[in-house]
Design a protein around this ligand. Sequence first.
Ligand code: SF4
Ligand code: SF4
Ligand code: FES
Length: 240
Amino acid sequence: MNSVIITIDGKKIKTTKGETLVDVANKNGIYIPTLCYMKDKPCLGTCRVCSVKVNDYLISSCTVPVADGMVVEVENDKEGADMRKALIELLFVEGNHNCPSCEKSGRCELQAVGYETNMMVSRFPYRFPVNERDYASDNIWLERDRCIFCQRCVEFIKDKETNQKIFSISNRGSKSRIEIDIDLADKMSLEQVAEAADMCPVGCIINKNQGFNKAIGKRKFEIETVRERALNTQKNSKTT
Ligand code: SF4
Ligand code: SF4
Ligand code: FES
């Protein structure tokens, strides 16, 4: 039997065994914020902002396949909702995020989930890190102090010929830094550069000369909020 019944926020949901919990929630109109997760790509599990209570344990919902009888709390668990918000606030203080002047504003997933979780200002002290920008490559401007280390670019953007990684993360903890291999970056097609810039959930990988390429009012999350986008994407791919 492939079908299972789980409960999310008291709602009984019939779904398919093995589906990812975050997808099932979104498919059923229950939004869970995500930052590193990309549907149809291997799960990275790096940001933890999708953490929800599963059978009383906090677990990142993009890493969990659903199983029969699972009891999940998302919005009903106020503590969990506040913890997700705190994780988002931490990402803001660990970098330098000056949204009004950022090329990704209106298209940024971090900004969008900040809005969705009603974040106003971080409860944590700002660190104001100083990270050198890298603009040596022909088509990419790397605005390092906005990186949230989700690893999307590291895992999913590779050199087409050799499959070598173009992006990497050096050092650890608070000294972590996103790196770019300039020789490989200069071999990237303009389409691949656009893909990398789009995949980066924040304004760290910037497509040179196309910083502000969408008018205010027509930017991705102004047309559709990140919540609507997540729920609609799942609704459109609904199979159960
Ligand atoms: S990357 Fe996102 S959160 Fe950071 S400054 Fe730009 S728009 Fe704001
Ligand atoms: S550069 Fe962007 S995609 Fe790459 S790790 Fe940083 S935030 Fe993620
Ligand atoms: S979205 Fe689940 S860990 Fe990042």
